[in-house]
Design a protein around this ligand. Structure first.
Ligand SMILES: [Zn+2]
Length: 66
């Protein structure tokens, strides 16, 4: 079972290692021209419990053609 996020910021997620819902911290994993990818880490064991993509279209960035 995978965790999928839409727009909500997750504060607590189920950790498969801890086998319980743990507070998580958000880490900016990757910045791409069209989106940013955030990683969620368990604050207890540090393992990744999920990720979230934020599309650049969601921010009001003007589209540039170079
Ligand atoms: Zn954990």
């Amino acid at each position: 079972m995978k965790n999928q996020f839409k727009t909500l910021r997750a504060s607590s997620l189920y950790c498969q290692k801890c086998k319980i819902a743990r507070p998580v911290r958000e880490r900016l994993l990757l910045v791409l021209p069209d989106k940013e990818i955030y990683d969620y880490l368990c604050t207890e064991c540090g393992s990744s419990v999920g990720s979230r993509e934020v599309k650049a279209a969601e921010t009001s960035r003007p589209s540039l053609i170079i």
